[in-house]
Ligand binder design. Structure first.
Ligand SMILES: Nc1ncnc2c1ncn2[C@@H]1O[C@H](COP(=O)(O)OP(=O)(O)O)[C@@H](O)[C@H]1O
Ligand SMILES: [Mg+2]
Length: 222
């Protein structure tokens, strides 16, 4: 089957230090893949390159057969959505954040849907009017995820999004993402350390500690 995303001989160096070396990853439509590996091995760097936030020093990222350096960032980001390890919220309120994906598509935010989405992630309706400065780390992470899910992307890139969540919210986020993969056929590339999450993936990609090369054959089946 043809991959929706391919990472091809990807490398990243800063100041003569190799962060990533010859990384090869293939992701299929509807596939749920995890990336794991020791702290500092380059997981976040790899995800940011795939999100087109930083440029690789060698190799390429191919989305639907096209090198992403030839795709406009706006077009790409509507299809490949990235949730950072430390979520970046903007504006004043939660509403500002959840309305944003609607506004860039010149659509009026559906407030009933926003409230419904908040409740699916155990956040009360009043959260919509809250200042982003009043939110806990776990609440910020869930708001950021809800913002990314207002219009379903083809690929969801998630960087340790459950590490600030308690056990019950962690489970809930896991269930929602797994359900989306099953029902909407989106692909997920999820960076995690959580052994529980690792057990439930289709495919686990382990990055080595020393920037060594990774071939696709080294993936393990979960
Ligand atoms: N902008 C940067 N400048 C210098 N070093 C960086 C930069 N970004 C990341 N690194 C280094 O690259 C390595 C990989 O970082 P990162 O991708 O955040 O790892 P992980 O997410 O696996 O913990 C680390 O050694 C980190 O210190
Ligand atoms: Mg990281």
């Amino acid at each position: 089957m043809k991959d929706i995303l391919r990472v091809d001989q990807l490398g990243y160096r800063i100041d003569n230090t190799t962060i990533l070396h010859n990384i090869n990853v293939g992701l299929q439509k509807g596939q749920f893949a995890l990336i794991t590996g020791p702290s500092g091995c380059g997981k976040s760097t790899l995800l940011k390159i795939i999100a087109s936030l930083i440029t690789p020093t060698s190799g390429s990222v191919i989305f639907e057969g096209q090198d992403i350096k030839n795709i406009s960032p706006e077009t790409y980001r509507q299809q490949v959505s990235y949730c950072a390890q430390t979520p970046a919220l903007f504006g004043d309120t939660v509403y500002d954040n959840l309305a944003f994906p609607w506004q860039i598509r010149r659509q009026k935010p559906d407030e009933a849907k926003l409230i419904d989405d908040l409740s699916r992630f155990s956040l009360p309706a009043e959260t919509l009017k809250k200042s982003i400065n009043e939110l806990s780390g776990g609440e910020k992470q869930r708001v950021s995820l809800i913002r990314n899910l207002q219009f379903l992307p083809k690929i969801l890139l998630l960087d340790e999004i459950t590490s600030a969540l308690d056990e019950s919210n962690k489970q809930q986020v896991n269930e929602i993402i797994h359900r989306m993969v099953a029902q909407e056929n989106i692909s997920v590339l999820w960076v995690t350390h959580d052994e529980n999450e690792i057990r439930h993936a289709d495919d686990v990609i382990r990055l080595p500690a020393n920037g060594a090369e990774i071939k696709e054959a080294e993936h393990e089946r979960a």
